[in-house]
Write a protein that binds this ligand. Structure first.
Ligand code: OAD
Length: 242
């Protein structure tokens, strides 16, 4: 199966990698929904509406910032794994486009080009008001809750929360890439969160073949031409090793 999927990739002109939290799991970054996760997936331990929604932020902004800063320090201490490295090399060598739901910076640190972050970036803060102010932050030493220097509204992580829209430019770019690709390589996502997960069906309906890499079946299994069950860090490099 890996060999046949690798041949499909080798023949493809346009490849999009659509990734989720499982891509970074072997780097030590917890997933959200994952019955195989040894230390428990995040949404089995924490309430997403408390920690990842505008309502949760309004109710207890200190708790939300503290939780994101814990995740930021975890990401700062992590390193890209062989799956990030393989996707980054393919982006540099053959123009693979990375469409990711991940808010971490591990694809960037692996040297990837063409990274579209559908759910924003945890490496920036943005104003929770309407002024549009952004600040890059140090993941290892993230700032506490503070007001926006421009308008005084609270600063918050530059990620998409439940109930919020995806960044329009990222979504437009992702749809364009998924409508034109020959192969969509789906890595480490439960494919449970929309609209992002809808890109898999969208790519298939535009003629793309679908290769899935996951440690277990997912919501997208029925769409797969090849479903490769196993860790991304072991399987993804093999797909590009020809
Ligand atoms: P999930 O946590 O929902 O799914 C992670 C998937 O990765 C699961 O299907 C696991 O089986 C798989 N997995 C775990 N370890 C793996 C490994 N080493 N190799 C391959 N696969 C592995 O993460 P996402 O699908 O990314 O939203 O979740 C989507 C969104 O839900 C996230 O972007 C986040 C969350 O709420 C926001 O932050 C807005």
């Amino acid at each position: 199966m890996i060999d046949a999927a690798g041949k499909l990739i080798a023949k493809a002109d346009r490849i999009v990698a659509f990734s989720g939290a499982g891509l970074s799991a072997e780097s030590g970054i917890p997933t959200f929904r994952d019955s195989h996760a040894v230390s428990g997936a995040l949404w089995t331990k924490y309430d997403p509406m408390t920690l990842a929604s505008p309502e949760g932020f309004a109710a207890d902004p200190q708790a939300v910032i503290a939780w994101y800063n814990w995740r930021r320090r975890t990401i700062a201490a992590a390193q890209p794994n062989p799956a990030h490295q393989a996707l980054a090399a393919a982006s540099r060598n053959s123009g693979l486009v990375n469409v990711t739901q991940n808010v971490d910076d591990l694809l960037h640190r692996a040297g990837a080009q063409h990274v579209i972050q559908l759910h924003g970036s945890i490496a920036v803060d943005r104003c929770h008001g309407q002024c549009g102010h952004y600040e890059a932050i140090d993941l290892a030493n993230p700032p506490d809750l503070r007001p926006c220097v421009r308008c005084g509204e609270p600063m918050r992580p530059g990620v998409v929360w439940f109930g919020e829209s995806l960044p329009a430019d990222a979504w437009t770019a992702a749809e364009r890439a998924c409508s034109q690709c020959d192969v969509l390589l789906v890595v480490g996502t439960s494919a449970a969160v929309y609209p992002a997960a809808g890109l898999i069906n969208y790519a298939k309906s535009h003629g793309s073949r679908i290769i899935i890499v996951n440690t277990q079946p997912s919501e997208a299994s029925r769409l797969a031409d090849f479903e490769l069950i196993g860790p991304a860090g072991e399987i993804v490099p093999q797909l590009f090793d020809r």
